[in-house]
Write a protein that binds this ligand. Structure first.
Ligand code: KG4
Ligand code: ZN
Length: 345
């Protein structure tokens, strides 16, 4: 059994907002004792995307085993848990409800607090977690780029529990655009990681529009870029021309990611920050990771990127966000907690 100190705050995180069933144990908001992720990718692959009802059913099947594995990996018992943090939005309604119901029942039976977590704030909190004992982690205040399947936004992080939205996408999310162009190119689900892989074999030689790149504001747009890629592929098909999928992926990636990097750096300069971080599933993208660090070096800005294992959905990030809410007595939920599928930042 792991030795815990009386004052240690042990948070159980539960995450079921989309197609990953995850439970994690985090000590004092920083140290991951366990982070179990059961992915449904193989189940949804044959449908070309996540089927909400199928996702809910599979969360129900997996949640108990995932929780027990998280306790075993952390070498603790359920009586060591101080509080439970659960994602209540944004996400798929039925999928969220599985995690919420499980968390409520456990909080009630153990008589411990339940904390409701905004999934996107969880992605940001991934940057506070230490995986290999790192101590050089980002601390507020700083600028954060949130780039996921459902969100693309730039935020000023004012404290561990407060933020200000500086800009957001005016149409599609960046990750959604990755997934959509993958479909057009017959790249199997999940599109983002495979587009990333193929990009490395291609060259960014096709001129796709870099939406709102040079505008002075901090909003983003992806629907025009998505349409440009779709039109390019359809035109080539109609003319029976061969296309290079790798070049399309590389060109799309540059057009999608360059504006993010530019606006992240601009926000730091405009609001006087020296620290910038990225969060959300697309922060796993190798082009973004490499080039945002380079841009930071060029501009004297320190860039923090979460380890790959914490970029996509996992419960450790939910536990980290839950910890800061718990110690600040924020977002403590009752047993009436419900899912909020369209929860905003
Ligand atoms: O953060 P996340 O799990 O979803 C939401 O919370 O919305 O992110 C999933 C998204 C998907 O759109 C996926 O295609 C994208 O992140 N993604 C990537 C990569 N890995 C995941 N996009 C580009 N490159 C990657 N390596
Ligand atoms: Zn996510």
């Amino acid at each position: 059994m792991k030795k815990l100190m009386e004052k240690d705050i042990i948070i159980l995180g539960i995450e079921t907002s989309c197609d990953e069933t995850s439970a994690a144990i985090v000590k004092n908001g920083r140290l991951i004792l366990s982070n179990v992720v059961s992915s449904q990718i193989d189940i949804h692959k044959r449908f070309g995307g996540v089927v909400p009802e199928v996702a809910s059913r599979n969360h129900t099947l997996a949640i108990n085993g995932v929780f027990e594995q998280a306790l075993r990996d952390a070498e603790i018992t359920q009586n060591d848990i101080t509080a439970i943090a659960v994602t209540y939005g944004a996400g798929l309604s039925g999928a969220l409800l599985v995690g919420i119901s499980f968390a409520k029942a456990l909080a009630y039976s153990l008589n411990i607090p339940l904390i409701k977590v905004n999934h996107i704030r969880g992605h940001i909190a991934a940057n506070y977690l230490s995986v290999n004992g790192e101590t050089d982690l980002i601390e507020p205040k700083y600028i954060c780029l949130v780039v996921s399947g459902g969100h693309t936004a730039i935020l000023e992080i004012l404290s561990y529990t407060q933020h200000k939205l500086l800009g957001t996408t005016i149409d599609d999310a960046c990750g959604e655009a990755f997934d959509k162009i993958a479909r057009v190119l017959d790249i199997p689900y999940p599109g983002g990681p495979l587009v990333d892989k193929l990009s490395k074999e291609g060259k960014a030689v096709i001129e796709f529009p870099k939406m709102l790149k040079n505008s002075s504001g901090f909003d983003f747009s992806y629907s025009g870029l998505k349409t440009a890629v779709i039109n390019y592929v359809h035109n080539a098909k109609q003319k029976n021309e061969e296309v290079s999928v790798a070049d399309i992926c590389a060109s799309f990636t540059a057009a999608a990611i360059d504006p993010l990097i530019e606006k992240g750096i601009n926000a730091c300069k405009k609001f006087g920050y020296n620290n910038l971080c990225i969060a959300g599933g697309v922060s796993a993208n190798s082009y973004l990771r490499e080039n945002i660090v380079k841009a930071g070096e060029k501009n004297g800005i320190k860039v923090f990127i979460p380890p790959l294992s914490l970029c996509t959905d996992n419960a450790a990030m939910i536990a980290a966000e839950g910890y800061y809410n718990y110690i600040n007595n924020k977002n403590i939920a009752g047993l009436t907690l419900n899912a909020v599928p369209n929860l905003k930042l």
